[in-house]
Design a protein. Structure first.
Length: 305
DNA sequence: AAGACGAAAGTGGTTGA
DNA sequence: TCAACAACTTTCGTCTT
């Protein structure tokens, strides 16, 4: 059976796509974007009958029982090459014990990573569920986290912040607009730490994260303010002018989006107060005023020409 | 009285020596 | 590592509707 799927990653343009029938996905090996899910699944042992199973069986690697049966009770083989009574032991016994020790250690590291992964994935899904983030974004986050763990980037950092940062990266690369604030809220931790982990991961993994533009925020603001679609058009037009006039560079995109929405609210007559918009946009009224001021000044000038 | 406006001082993050 | 800096916030008094 042949399958003509995508050949290029829509996010970073890489052609190194990994098609993984067991995980029923096509994944970009460069940025970790999950391009397609729910491919035909060939392996009878791993057939996923519903979404829950697909998550549990395919994604998490080790089944959840793995972490339960162990519960952190690990064993160690003594480093001394002695029998229990303190006698020396024969050379071939000694060699055997050393081999056992080696493998025991290796297996334990593997265990620790799997545990970390399972932990992180449940954290990721927990945050994502709170925000109703779609499944493919969660999957992308999982892939990114796996890469991070494989490169040893997670050690010494809190699983929570790494999980949240991973989810944020996934949102950005998948074009699912969420603010760092929202993620931080849902994760129950501060924005700063997640932001730091975010930047760290982006640097270390070399992921291309498309920058957010004011436009990305407008639709969300309008829907949260329950405004009509004609306002949307005006807001987008305003932003277009603004970016042509280079009013957008270097400014926080949310402030500009909020100002554009305010302009639209005034022009359409379904006026919203600056405070209302500021609240949803998570910027202050003053910021809206400043953006709005320069918007009006420059665009009026433009119109008069 | 509510909303809009703007000045001034404060805050947290980035940059460049 | 530290100071300068830009963007944004906080606060508060004044103006407008």
């Amino acid at each position: 059976m042949s399958y003509a799927g995508p050949t290029r990653c829509p996010n970073c343009g890489s052609t190194n796509l990994l098609r993984d029938p067991e995980q029923a996905e096509i994944v970009c090996t460069r940025c970790g974007l999950v391009i397609e899910t729910d491919l035909m699944d060939y392996g009878p042992e791993w057939r996923a009958f519903d979404d829950d199973q697909r998550t549990d069986r395919v994604r998490v690697g080790a089944p959840i029982t793995y972490t339960i049966h162990d519960k952190g009770l690990t064993t160690t083989i003594d480093w001394r090459d002695k029998a229990i009574e303190g006698k020396n032991i024969t050379p071939d016994k000694r060699a055997q014990i050393r081999r056992m020790r080696k493998w025991h250690r290796r297996i334990r590291i593997y265990d620790a990573q799997e545990r970390n992964l399972a932990n992180a994935l449940s954290e990721i899904t927990r945050i994502a569920d709170k925000l109703s983030i779609p499944k493919n974004v969660i999957e992308t986050a999982a892939v990114i986290y796996r890469r991070a763990i494989a490169l040893g980037l997670v050690r010494g950092r809190s699983i929570q912040s790494m999980a949240a940062a991973t989810l944020y990266i996934a949102c950005r690369t998948c074009g699912h607009v969420r603010t760092l604030d929202e993620i931080a809220d849902a994760a129950g931790m501060n924005k700063k730490e997640i932001g730091r982990s975010f930047r760290f991961l982006v640097n270390e993994l070399g992921i291309f994260v498309p920058p957010l533009t004011p436009k990305d925020y407008v639709a969300r603001l309008l829907s949260r303010l329950r405004m009509r679609s004609e306002a949307e058009e005006i807001a987008y037009k305003t932003l277009e002018y603004a970016s042509q006039l280079r009013l957008t560079s270097g400014r926080g995109p949310m402030g500009i989006a909020a100002a554009a929405v305010y302009v639209a609210s005034v022009l359409t007559g379904e006026r919203k107060t600056q405070r209302e918009i500021a609240e949803f946009a998570r910027v202050t009224e003053v910021t809206i005023r400043n953006r709005y001021k320069s918007l009006v000044k420059n665009i009026m000038f433009e119109v008069h020409l």
